[in-house]
Design a protein around this ligand. Structure first.
Ligand code: MLT
Length: 262
């Protein structure tokens, strides 16, 4: 991976290919490898940028609370360091989608298109936000082992869980390696993220909304509603996939996305 200093902290990222930039933002509490099946394929026709967000993967944790807007600022700073000032396609999965919404709102001049995967526009309910703050304390006090045990069964489809022990184990090992400080800061940031539902009709760039058919965290019905409120957005469902559709069914995900990216 390459590295750069962004707002004073070390940020690790992959950057390959030439052509229109495609920025892919990972989920929580994972790293850029959630996009591993897209990187090589998409970088044949695009310049693909895969950051580890601050506090995840190989990127340094920073503040005690990192809001979605702050992550968006880091990504804009990364693009500036790479001298990219044209509009990019911003793709985000789950927390990456929350960041993509924040990025488009704050940096419309840099947002050429949106790829919203397995994500939500709603803010947390007060009860959810409270659970996130509690989880943040647990990460700091006890580390990531419990999350690594529990999260795959919430994220992955029944088929992936039954038939793809390699995927289950790779998710577990990424979560085990995640910095508790980074995960706590992002969880606190997600707990205070604003509701983006009012923003949806204002999105005026080509948008693809994509969801695993078995996603229980951001279910297809909720994502269909997001797509219906974004003018001209396309909505697609990925079979045999849960919350991590690009990783669980990369063939279907890539085939569905290829037309949009072209
Ligand atoms: C994710 O996959 O990024 C998380 O499910 C997001 C969240 O906790 O809301």
């Amino acid at each position: 991976m390459k590295e750069m200093l962004v707002n004073g902290s070390r940020l690790a990222y992959r950057d390959e290919g030439t052509g229109k930039p495609l920025l892919l933002i990972h989920a929580f509490p994972l790293d850029h490898t959630v996009w591993e099946h897209q990187f090589e394929v998409f970088s044949r026709a695009r310049r693909v940028l895969l950051p580890d967000l601050p506090g995840f993967g190989r990127s340094e944790p920073r503040a005690d609370v990192v809001t979605m807007e702050r992550f968006a600022d880091d990504l804009a700073a990364m693009l500036a360091s790479l001298e990219i000032d044209e509009p990019v396609t911003v793709g985000g999965i789950s927390m990456g989608g929350y960041i993509a919404f924040a990025f488009r709102r704050k940096y419309p001049q840099l947002t050429g298109a949106l790829l919203l995967c397995d994500t939500r526009a709603k803010a947390d309910t007060p009860a959810n936000a409270a659970l996130r703050l509690k989880a943040a304390e647990q990460f700091l006090g006890e580390g990531m082992a419990a999350a690594a045990e529990e999260m795959p069964s919430k994220f992955l489809s029944p088929k992936t869980l039954a038939e793809r022990p390699d995927v289950v184990e790779s998710i577990r090992s990424v979560i085990r390696r995640t910095s508790p400080a980074g995960a706590a800061a992002a969880n606190r940031g997600m707990a205070r993220r604003p509701d983006m539902e009012e923003e949806l009709p204002r999105i005026d760039v080509p948008t693809l909304v994509i969801v695993g058919e078995d996603d229980r965290i951001s279910p297809p019905e909720e994502m269909a509603l997001i797509a219906s409120r974004i003018p001209g957005a396309r909505f697609e469902t990925i079979p045999e996939a849960g919350h991590l559709s690009p990783l669980e069914n990369p063939a279907a995900f890539n085939a569905t996305t290829a037309g949009f990216l072209a």
